[in-house]
Write a protein that binds this ligand. Structure first.
Ligand code: SF4
Ligand code: SF4
Length: 325
């Protein structure tokens, strides 16, 4: 049997809700498949008050062995480093986090806030929030860059706002099978098999991207959201167009730009527009493409776009139009 404890810091609870949407297996099946004993979860457990305090003390003292410590939300350090903005079980949550992390076999940061600080840690960061082992791009965060668990691993990040339920169950299943090693993690300590590709991989608008055909209004089926509507899919690491949301769709599939919610710099506050330089080329380029190559390619691509991509198949009311006439 493996033990799991889930705590929330500066969080909206979105990752818990996402995890509860897991379908195959669902959360109850998942825990029974892997013989997991959930010691406590703020939304799922009945115990409160003194009982929770006793449990946490028993974990810290070693009386109860903890295999996986899952943390959702930021570690709140304010005001003035005291952590008193986020009290839990009689003391600042940050103090529980440090002591529990030190006695856990694995520590998992679920969501962008726990991974990188997310929305609460954005400027001006009034709660002095930070991620478990990163503060935005910088390694360190609350636990420090050299932190390792009893199993010798750093914090395992499952970034996203929220993280997709399958990213959570996949990461946890590897941990529960004792199969996850440091080599499986990318530079931001996320599972490479999940975060090894960009959101663009599998996006049905890829052909429009290749020929630089822009979508100018939200929601339409044709055109790419990169050129005018701020889509970050070509430089955001996530499998959102491969592991679909609700098993059926993604933002870019329904005509909404990717906001880059799995990245350390989320949120960026220019969600719906594309910043461009004086030549009209987007400032932020797709991963791995040089500016010179992109500029040359753009001109050629735009000039050779096939008619069926440039001429709309659907009108503004999203009714099919017969453009062959
Ligand atoms: S930029 Fe966005 S909309 Fe365009 S192909 Fe990439 S992910 Fe899809
Ligand atoms: S499409 Fe982009 S913003 Fe939406 S969930 Fe995926 S990574 Fe996050």
């Amino acid at each position: 049997m493996k033990t799991v404890l889930w705590l929330q810091g500066g969080a909206c609870g979105g990752n818990t809700l996402s995890f509860l949407n897991a379908e195959s297996p669902d959360v109850v099946e998942f825990f029974s498949m892997y013989n997991v004993k959930l010691l406590w979860h703020p939304s799922l457990s009945l115990e409160s008050g003194e009982k929770v305090k006793e449990l946490l003390k028993d974990i810290v003292s070693g009386k109860i062995n903890l295999d996986i410590f899952i943390f959702e939300g930021t570690v709140v350090l304010g005001p003035n480093g005291s952590g008193r903005f986020n009290m839990f079980a009689g003391r600042p949550m940050k103090d529980w986090v440090r002591e529990i992390a030190n006695v856990s076999n694995y520590v998992v940061a679920v969501g962008d806030c726990a991974s990188f600080g997310g929305i609460p840690a954005s400027d001006p960061n009034p709660t002095e929030s930070t991620g478990l082992q990163f503060h935005k791009k910088e390694k360190g965060g609350f636990l420090g860059k050299n932190f390792k668990t009893r199993k010798g691993l750093p914090v395992i990040n499952i970034s996203g706002c929220p993280a997709h339920p399958e990213w959570i169950t996949t990461t946890l299943s590897l941990i529960l099978n004792d199969k996850l090693t440091e080599d499986d993690l990318d530079e931001y300590q996320r599972l490479k098999i999940i975060y090894g590709t960009t959101t663009q991989f599998g996006c049905p608008r890829n052909l429009y991207f290749a020929y630089k055909v822009a979508l100018k209004e939200f929601g339409h089926r044709e055109g790419c959201l990169y050129f005018e509507l701020g889509c970050r899919g070509s430089y955001t690491k996530s499998p959102c167009n491969v592991i679909l949301w609700n098993n059926q769709s993604s933002k870019t599939r329904v005509g909404t730009p990717c906001f880059g919610c799995t990245e350390f710099d989320f949120p960026t506050f220019n969600f719906f527009s594309t910043e461009k330089n004086r030549s009209g080329i987007p400032k932020k380029l797709p991963l791995g493409v040089s500016r010179g190559a992109y500029t040359t390619l753009s001109a050629i691509a735009r000039g050779s776009a096939p008619n069926f991509l440039v001429k709309p198949l659907y009108n503004k009311k999203d009714e099919k139009v017969d453009w062959l006439d």
